[in-house]
Design a protein around this ligand. Structure first.
Ligand code: G6P
Length: 607
């Protein structure tokens, strides 16, 4: 996820773009850059790190005559955070500058084609490829918009891009596919950005671009056309009523809620370029030149640990690789016996968690290959792991992790499929079903989230006064129960324990009474009858039960919450948001600080 902004108007463009970037910084903050035209000449300034570094560089420049420009704040997906990878990227001839949010899945193929035609690349990004693709398109097309249309028709993946060119010094062009791009319509000035807050201080009149559309704006005009046939699209100007702060949260009350609702997009991004079709194997080029591990040790903390515990059985079942899962703060202070063919897989959203990083270092010292599953490009774990696979979930602002776990689980599914295919242990039928089901997930999830939230809110009110809670599950639902309990305690401060439901009778059941409710996850799988019996054991002690079930499964409980089923283990992608929403709504109902719970930190860089 990155933030883009473009301005064409009558005022000095650079300070206005910098202000816009400040309100987009939540979308990415590892580097930033700006391009503008003065005397018809294109200039680009870029800096690594937060926006303040870019501001400092601009202080020494006279940029006061620029009234058109584009700006970008980056969240790295291809290439480490560095000036060379920061946007805008310039075409080889220096006349075109492009900013981009998204992922071009076939950029390697396009880059190879451009290299053959003599182009030179100065970054590792997909965006520089796109920029030169437009330049190449210009050679065989009559105009810049035609070159843009040609270039985006070559590109597979997701993009929201904005183009500034010396050829048309009064205009900005841009296009979108699966990444947001919104125009702001002003008087004598027009804007475009990934999100409304970037231009909200200047105009509330907006035009939402749809997939497959491209735009042209100047100071005094704007128009939208279709990429496929160049037909003009009649768009309506809408007026937004948000204030800047709520706009940053996309109209959601909290970042956590926004991030829960981002999960369909997170799944799409995580699968992008990796799961292509049922006829092609999973692509994880990061691992192609590495040996297939004989065993895997997953090491992580918090929510990332729960994701690892959920994914481990899939690696065993599909790839035939024995997997154990450990808490990083334990692993690092043991004297772990690592087998020569054992890989250590560290999972971390931030890539900076001190215990996970120390475990990585210990594993490497002992000669183990370390595979990192990480969200933050350029983080310590991403830099130090032997191979790193990025979850591509975008910045997670809420302290309580939600969308990161969804992306980690999706990546673990891909890893199990990848190794299973490489080793030949994966049944073809399983592969086809998994592939179809994964591809269908984002749309299905998007469709059910609003109703799921309503049900969560209703249930939250009814359970919010509880002092303690059990979360029970078996098999793949046990790690989900751990995560459900973790979310409830960290957000609402209600004591909550996640348990393997079969363990209840070995002690914990002594706690059950009418005031100690249990949330039981009883999905439509082989373990359903067992979980059902465990629920009955709780009910026999007069315990109140809220059961999460799949359609068609009969169960007697105080409250039954039906969530959709998906193929095989993928139903977890519906249970996870249900648990997140239940905790969110409980905490919000109790008036807790949802985005910043007491005593917690987003990134724990101390022991
Ligand atoms: C902190 C966060 C959790 C997170 C854990 C591990 O405790 O509050 O949400 O799951 O660290 O973080 P990591 O960045 O390594 O995934």
């Amino acid at each position: 996820m990155c933030g883009v902004i473009g301005y064409a108007g009558h005022r000095p463009a650079v300070p206005l773009i910098m202000d816009g970037l400040r309100s987009l910084e939540y979308r990415g903050y590892d580097s930033a850059g700006i391009a503008f035209l003065q005397n018809r000449k294109l200039d680009v300034v870029r800096a690594e790190g937060k926006l303040a570094n870019l501001s400092a560089m601009l202080v020494t420049r006279d940029v006061s005559h620029a009234t058109i420009g584009i700006g970008h704040t980056r969240w790295a997906t291809h290439g480490v955070p560095a000036v060379r990878n920061a946007h805008p990227h310039k075409s080889n001839d220096g006349t075109i500058a492009v900013i981009h949010n998204g992922i071009i899945e076939n950029y390697q193929e396009l880059k190879a084609m451009l290299l053959e035609r003599g182009y030179v690349f100065y970054s590792e990004t997909d965006t520089e490829v796109l920029t030169n693709l437009i330049a190449e398109g210009r050679k065989c097309n009559d105009s810049l918009p035609d070159a843009l249309r040609w270039a985006v028709s070559q590109a597979a993946g997701a993009y929201a891009l904005v183009v500034l060119s010396e050829e048309e010094p009064d205009a900005l062009y841009g296009a979108r596919l699966s990444s947001p791009l919104i125009m702001g319509v002003g008087t004598g000035e027009n804007f475009v950005a990934s999100d409304v807050p970037a231009f909200l201080p200047h105009t509330r009149n907006v035009v939402f671009l749809e997939d497959g559309e491209y735009f042209r704006i100047t100071a005094h005009s704007w128009e939208v056309r279709r990429v496929c046939d160049n037909e003009r699209v009649a768009k309506t100007v809408q007026t937004v009523q948000w204030d800047v702060q709520s706009a940053q949260k996309g109209g959601f009350k909290h970042f956590m809620l926004k991030e829960i609702f981002e999960q369909p997009k997170v799944l799409t991004d995580c699968l992008a370029g990796r799961l292509i079709s049922p006829d092609l194997p999973v692509r994880l080029p990061e691992l192609d030149n590495r040996p297939i591990p004989g065993r895997i040790r997953i090491v992580a903390c918090g929510t990332s640990y729960n994701a690892g515990a959920w994914g481990a059985p899939l690696l065993e079942a599909w790839a035939g690789i024995p997997v154990s899962v450990e808490i990083a703060s334990e692993f690092r202070y043991r004297d772990p016996l690592l087998q020569p063919d054992e890989a250590v897989m560290v999972i971390s959203q931030s890539g900076e968690t001190a215990d996970t990083l120390a475990s990585l270092r210990l594993a490497r010292e002992r000669g183990a290959m370390v595979i990192g599953i990480c969200n933050v490009v350029g983080s310590s774990i991403a830099r130090e792991a032997d191979a790193v696979i990025f979850t591509q979930a975008g910045p997670e602002i809420s302290v309580a992790s939600t969308k990161a776990m969804c992306s980690q689980m999706a990546l673990l599914v891909l890893l199990a499929l990848y190794y299973g295919q490489k080793k030949g242990t994966l049944d073809v039928g399983v592969w086809r079903e998994a592939c179809d089901a994964l591809r269908a997930l984002p749309t299905l999830l998007e469709g059910v989230l609003p109703e799921m939230r309503n049900r969560a809110a209703e249930l939250a009110k009814s359970y919010a006064q509880a002092k303690s809670f059990f979360f029970l599950g078996r098999g793949p639902c046990f790690p989900l129960a751990l995560e459900g309990a973790l979310k409830l305690k960290e957000l609402s401060y209600i004591h909550a324990e996640g348990y393997a439901s079969g363990e209840m009778k070995h002690g914990p059941i002594a706690l059950i009474d009418p005031d100690f409710p249990t949330l039981a996850i009883a999905l439509d799988d082989a373990l359903f009858p067992k979980v059902k019996s465990n629920i009955e054991e709780v009910q026999a002690r007069r315990g109140r039960v809220l059961a999460i079930v799949n359609p068609g499964r009969e169960l007697r409980a105080d409250d039954v919450w039906t969530v959709p089923a998906a193929w095989g283990p993928l139903s977890a992608f519906f249970v996870l948001p249900a648990l997140q929403l239940f905790s969110y709504e409980t905490a919000d109902y109790l008036g807790k600080d949802v985005d910043q719970p007491r005593n917690l930190a987003k990134s724990v860089t101390v022991e």
